[in-house]
Design a protein. Structure first.
Lengths: 351, 233
């Protein structure tokens, strides 16, 4: 399947019956697929008048207890920022897909990873986080979307899938999950009290500052639970690695090739691929740092995740960065050259 | 073995998104350079931003294939527009391959040239892949061609079985797709023109008892369309 189609099919199989979108390259196949499939599943596909409308429709469907999703690409996610903040403030689950393209501004339509800061730091205003999952294969796009809906319900938080145009457009074989048939109860949903219970209220407005602070504190206690239990990273040839390369999504595929070539040349290189970008897999990177002589972060941007890596490494070993921007994908060869340069500097006693 | 010269001098390649149209177009164009003085590959895909014939223009032109691309192909501009150079395809006595975008959406751009194409002796091949979601059943695959034909105002003249699972394609992957391909062609009332076989599997498949019929009609292809982290074959 094409990556964008896999994102859509996985959502349907995860029980999503409400999709609200607005076209933008390079994620449009996702919406086109939903338009074809949703009516056959008795679900709703609606092309909204704007990205802002679409995210607020997700807010509404989610408040009514339904599994809902929206998708866009970088500039469109910026527009959704306000609505995502409102969802976080109202503790609403929901899945948001960002098939990133180069920026800032209108940027271009080629793949990029330059929305890392936006996804992990400040998707919208206010104190909040999203759970952010970063697939690197079409199979993972399927699996992570399926998982995203469960995480969203469990922690009552929006979850973002941070993909990129390369993953969205490429084709790979996929094993699709069996459709989900049992869903967690949502006693908080606004479905009509029918005189049987007190009103449920879904809202992010609190008139008393003390009450607003309480909701923030409670939410951050939840974030601490997420950080303690949901960190995920894949480790590849890390056990004896002297140079640990950290890369997520499409750039991790490049790095994997480069690591294999470096190993052929006798350089002990390994890859840590963060799967959750928030919570950041600090534990895995910290453990690898204990054994490593240098860390390299490779991204399709000017250097964003490298800040999180530096916070984890905390000066124990040098942290280097290599990236390409503007929609250009680093090649395995140029990544290998950076690894070789670091290896040479380690041998020269440059530490 | 299928001989690429069996397709028309002027051949249009259509099919579902990701069915392998571009990879097939590149193979046909390269093979036709052995016979034709001029081979033209027209990238008519105004839908797909990546993985398109224009991405392989340098390699193709190195082998003597002239590539005509949409004006902004490969740039950061999301502006679907067709080049006036496409009309050159109707003036050449060489071979012409039209690589059309996926589904009926992609085929709409082809409709722009339906009058010119109808006026000449053309082939329009419908590429199918048994392992593509939503077109895995003969009825589904047949229905999609009806949508494509309606969008481009042209009728297909044959079916190409390009069933594959990328790098995971095995001999069984190809052999297990033959019933699907035959049934789809029968439903459409069109000939199954050939089945593609990755070159790395051709020898293995020809050794399998019962695969002789397949090999008679097999077109061995190279895999050119790859991701940036894959080694070129």
């Amino acid at each position: 399947m094409k990556g964008n189609e896999a994102l859509a099919e996985a959502a349907i199989r995860a029980g999503c019956r409400f999709f609200f979108g607005y076209p933008i390259t390079p994620q449009t196949e996702l919406a086109a697929y939903m338009a074809k499939r949703m009516p056959k599943e008795g679900g709703v596909y609606l092309q909204a008048e704007s990205e802002i409308a679409a995210i607020n429709m997700v807010y509404g469907a989610s408040a009514a207890g339904k599994r809902a999703m929206t998708s866009s690409s970088s500039p469109g996610i910026s527009l959704k920022g306000e609505g995502i903040s409102y969802m976080a403030g109202a503790d609403l689950p929901g899945v948001i897909i960002n098939v990133q393209r180069g920026g800032p501004g209108l940027g271009g339509i080629q793949p990029s990873q330059s929305d890392y800061f936006q996804a992990t730091r400040a998707t919208g205003h206010g104190d909040f986080h999203l759970i952010v999952l970063a697939p690197s294969t079409v199979q993972e796009m399927t699996d992570y979307v399926f998982r995203a809906f469960d995480l969203a319900d469990e922690y009552r938080t929006p979850v973002m899938i941070l993909a990129d145009g390369m993953l969205g457009q490429m084709m790979e074989p996929v094993v699709l999950p069996e459709p989900k048939t049992e869903f967690p109860a949502k006693p908080w949903a606004v479905t009509g009290h029918k005189g049987q219970r007190t009103h449920n209220i879904v809202n992010s407005l609190h008139l008393k500052p003390e009450r607003l602070e309480e909701t923030n504190v409670e939410r951050y206690q939840r974030y601490d639970r997420i950080k303690a239990t949901e960190q995920l990273a894949e480790e590849y040839r890390v056990e004896d690695a002297e140079i640990v390369v950290v890369a997520f999504g499409a750039s991790s595929r490049i790095v994997r090739s480069a690591v294999n070539k470096a190993r052929e040349k006798g350089i002990k290189a390994g890859l840590i691929r963060p799967i959750t970008l928030w919570p950041f897999p600090a534990d895995a990177i910290s453990a690898a740092t204990d054994r490593a002589k240098a860390i390299l972060t490779v991204e399709m941007n000017m250097g964003q995740m490298v800040d999180d890596v530096r916070l984890v490494v905390c000066g124990r070993v040098p942290v280097e960065f290599f990236g390409r921007a503007g929609g250009i994908i680093p090649t395995p060869a140029e990544t290998l050259a950076v690894i070789e340069r670091i290896a040479a500097s380690l041998e020269g006693g440059a530490r | 073995m299928f001989d690429p010269l069996m397709i028309g001098r002027f051949t249009v390649i259509t099919g579902h998104y990701g069915s392998g149209k571009t990879n097939l177009s590149i193979n046909l164009a390269l093979d036709l350079t052995a016979t034709y003085d001029e081979v033209l590959l027209v990238d008519l895909d105004v839908v797909n931003p990546y993985f398109r014939s224009s991405d392989y223009a340098v390699m193709l032109e190195g082998h003597g294939v002239r590539v005509i691309s949409p004006t902004f192909a490969g740039t950061t501009l999301d502006t679907p527009s067709l080049s006036a150079a496409v009309h050159g395809a109707f003036d050449t006595s060489g071979a012409v391959i039209f690589d059309v975008g996926g589904d009926d959406v992609g085929a709409t751009a082809l409709g722009r040239y339906s009058k010119e194409i109808s006026a000449i002796d053309y082939d329009m091949l419908y590429v199918i892949n048994h392992y593509r979601n939503l077109t895995a059943e003969p009825a589904e695959a047949a229905a999609l061609l009806t949508e494509i034909e309606a969008a481009c105002h042209l009728k297909a003249t044959g079916v190409v079985n390009n069933s594959h699972l990328r790098d995971e394609t095995t001999a069984a992957t190809v052999l297990d797709s033959l019933d699907f391909a035959g049934q789809t062609a029968a439903l459409l009332g069109l000939p199954l023109r050939f089945t593609t076989v990755p070159k790395r599997l051709a020898q293995e498949i020809s050794g399998i008892p019962g695969a002789a019929g397949l090999m008679e009609n097999a077109y061995p292809i190279e895999i050119h369309v790859r991701t940036p982290w894959e080694e070129a074959s």
